[in-house]
Every structure is written in C-alpha cells, then in structure tokens.
Design a protein around this ligand. Structure first.
Ligand code: DAT
Ligand code: MG
Length: 152
C-alpha cells in the first residue's frame, strides 16, 4: 500500500518558521520525501488547487491567503501515506485538533491552519495535486536506508 501524497506548508507556517519542524515530523515517522519545491502560488494555481471550494463563501479569502507568501510544496511517500499524513495534521480547524497533531500544536484559527495535505476520502486527490504542482522528473525514486527496519 505504498503511495505518494501531496503536502504543503502554507504561507502562515512558512512565516512562522515551521518548515523544519513539520518536515521532521514526517521524516521521524518514516515517510520518505520524494519531491520538494519552495515556491509562490499564483492566482491560477490557487484556483485549480482549491477548485472544489469555488462556490464556498470563504473561497476568495482562501485564495488571498494561499497566494500571500511562499509555500513549501512536497511529496511524501510511504505505506498508507495520505491517510497517515491527514491523521498527523489533525482536523481542518486547529481549535478542534488534538494536541500532538500539527494543527493542534501550531494553530488556533481555521483560516490559518499551517498545512495542507491531500484528502484521503477523495480517491485520486493525491495524484491530482501532485500532478498540479510537480513535473514527473521533479520526483525522485530512492531508498531510505532504514526501510528494511521500518516495514515488516
Ligand atoms: P482541509 O484543509 O482540512 O482539507 P478543506 O479541504 O475542507 O480542509 O478546506 C480547505 C481550506 O479552506 C481549509 O484548510 C481552511 C479553509 N476552510 C475550510 N472550511 C472553512 C470555513 N468554513 N471557513 C473558512 N475557511 C475554511
Ligand atoms: Mg481538503
């Protein structure tokens, strides 16, 4: 069940110096980084990425926020990666997120929730988002030296 999932430290997480902390959590868990890009999201990409929320009242604020500063876009690989990353992120609203989760440890407000991860309940969302942000040659196939001890 090895799969890849799209993860992004949002502009608030970047500005608050949380890139390293967030990467460490996924590395420590055993997930493998296969792509990363420090970048600024433009209007078009923001609209494509959040297309499912186009009709929501918070859409314009969401686009303004995600384009307001650099983001750290990443692809992480591992067993059940999409669902495990979502569990590590917490709930959409940091106020409802358990301590120990990324949003529960680093956020307080729904509109500043630090991190994005592909929706595990939307089949294909991970691959769609990876394709949106990365070219095939930007993703690396490699073995982590601890993999034989991480998986049975
Ligand atoms: P998630 O980021 O947990 O996948 P989502 O896909 O439902 O959540 O929404 C995307 C982002 O939109 C979310 O990270 C924060 C924002 N958002 C969601 N619901 C909102 C609401 N009711 N009011 C304001 N912003 C909201
Ligand atoms: Mg979502």
């Amino acid at each position: 069940m090895t799969e890849r999932t799209f993860v992004m430290v949002k502009p608030d997480g970047v500005q608050r110096g949380l890139i390293g902390e967030i990467i460490s959590r996924f590395e420590d868990r055993g997930l493998k980084l296969v792509g990363a890009k420090f970048m600024r999201i433009d209007q078009e990409l923001a609209h494509d990425h959040y297309a499912e929320h186009e009709d929501k009242p918070f859409f314009d604020d969401l686009v303004d926020f995600i384009t307001a500063g650099p983001v750290m876009a990443m692809v992480w690989e591992g067993q059940d990666a999409t669902r495990q990353v979502r569990k590590m992120m917490g709930e959409t609203d940091p106020a409802e997120s358990d301590p120990g989760t990324i949003r529960g440890d680093f956020g307080l407000d729904l509109g500043r929730n630090v991190i994005h991860g592909s929706d595990h309940e939307d089949p294909g969302a991970n691959e769609r988002e990876i394709d949106l942000f990365f070219d095939e040659e930007e993703l690396l196939d490699w073995d982590r030296i601890d993999e034989t001890w991480l998986y049975e």
